[in-house]
Design a protein around this ligand. Structure first.
Ligand code: BEZ
Length: 404
């Protein structure tokens, strides 16, 4: 595998792992029609993920998980060498259309993998869905619209919709006996949609959200918000933050003396991949997500061991999402024996895909969103420990999707 990274300022080779040589056709493999006999181009995967700012950890973990899965498969897709073209999204929604166009028209990628941020996902999906090309796999961003009104035959998601992990979380809070709650999240698609989902199940179960606090993205100035929560005295708080922002919020919440008085809940992004950095402030926090560190299945054990060996650190949900993106790419390219021009056949294979993921068994809905179990977890000594399954094989409602 080789990789090229570029941003508006520089363009340089990022890394080269595995076989980076000429990319000659292997005996018996199918040569895409546009290539001379005997020469086989590398499969080009465009990656648009954050490698700077509050979501940098997420972008890196997704990339690492994807590279691990492809390395396990010999570094090839459908018999062809792989080349990554990597762009730092800088979490910029205004730059997303230009970055997407560049990867499609200039870099001529065969697949597009990204992004992390819901606003960028919607901007990308508008372009990629309308063009019908290339196949795009979303390895994180939960924007409900991407597998809702913006769904398209060539767009798949291996991560979650914002509704999926948040909806069961509101009921968990009510089941714990809480009657009132404050919601707090960054004010953009992900935060707004997750808070709406958690609120709806909490209120259906008899609870009442007394205040919805929206924080400008990606601000980490929480003091005024924490003072407001202290004065409102709700039974519980339901929150969405992730990456660097989640570290700061959970630590500030504890430092403000709220941890012992008003329990924190939320979609698992609040502690995922950052609970070691949050330290004692994260201990005991209960969240809902499509992964737990100690899931007892063979795929998870092998994945976690392989990840630790390759990168010297623990895996998290973001690396699982990258890893499963690799599995879906393998399924697509194996189905067409490396002919990345055979889009229809690849899409048909992806629609039927069933993957024994580290998170448990997954498949894809008619809207091309992942169908998966949602778990209740609790932070114990910095680990996301499984407490139970709160939703089995949960299908996103996919409202507004024409594929359903
Ligand atoms: C999102 O923007 O969709 C998102 C970002 C980080 C974690 C989860 C969702």
């Amino acid at each position: 595998m080789t990789a090229t990274i570029f941003d508006p300022i520089s363009r340089r080779t990022l890394l080269g792992t595995g076989a980076a040589a000429a990319g000659l056709a292997t005996a018996g493999s199918i040569v895409p029609f546009r290539l001379a006999i005997g020469a086989q181009a590398k499969v080009r995967i465009g990656i648009l993920l954050p490698y700077s700012g509050t979501y940098a950890m997420l972008g890196n973990a997704i990339t690492d998980g994807l590279k691990l899965r492809l390395a396990e498969a010999g570094g090839k897709l459908g018999g062809r060498e792989v080349e990554f073209v990597i762009v730092d999204s800088q979490m910029s929604v205004p730059k997303a259309p230009q970055n997407t166009q560049k990867l499609i028209a200039k870099e001529k990628v065969d697949f597009l993998v990204g992004p992390v941020h819901s606003g960028i996902a919607a901007a990308m999906a508008k372009i990629v869905g309308r063009a019908g090309n290339p196949i795009m796999i979303v390895p994180n961003a939960g924007s409900n619209a991407v597998t809702g009104p913006l769904c398209a035959p060539n767009i798949f998601r291996t991560s979650f919709s914002n509704w999926q992990p948040a909806y069961p979380g509101g009921k968990v809070m009510a089941d714990d006996g809480h009657k009132t709650a404050v919601t707090i999240a960054w004010k953009y698609g992900a935060g707004i949609q997750m808070m709406a989902a958690g609120t709806s199940s909490f209120e259906k179960a008899g609870g009442k959200v007394v205040k919805d606090i929206q924080v400008p993205f990606p601000s980490v100035e929480f003091q005024a918000n924490l003072s407001e929560i202290a004065s409102l005295k709700p039974d519980a708080v339901f929150a969405f933050f992730s990456g660097g922002g989640a570290v700061k919020f959970v630590k500030d919440y504890a430092a403000a003396g709220l941890k012992e008085k008003i329990p924190l809940y939320g979609p698992g992004f609040l502690t995922e991949g950052v609970s070691m950095a949050q330290g004692a402030a994260a201990e005991g926090i209960k969240t809902t997500l499509h992964y737990a560190d100690n899931l007892d299945n063979a795929a998870n054990k092998a994945f976690r061991a392989g990840y630790k060996k390759m990168y010297g650190k623990e895996a998290n949900v973001f690396s699982v999402q990258g890893y499963d993106t690799g599995s879906l790419l393998l399924i697509a390219m194996d189905a067409v024996k490396g002919d990345s021009g055979a889009k229809k056949a690849m899409i048909a294979a992806m629609e039927k895909a069933k993957i024994a993921s580290p998170r448990g068994d997954i498949s894809f809905s008619a809207a091309h969103n992942v169908v998966q179990d949602i778990y209740l977890r609790k932070v114990v000594k910095g680990h996301q420990n499984l407490m139970g399954v709160v939703a089995k094989q949960l299908v996103d409602p996919a409202r507004g999707c024409r594929l359903t």
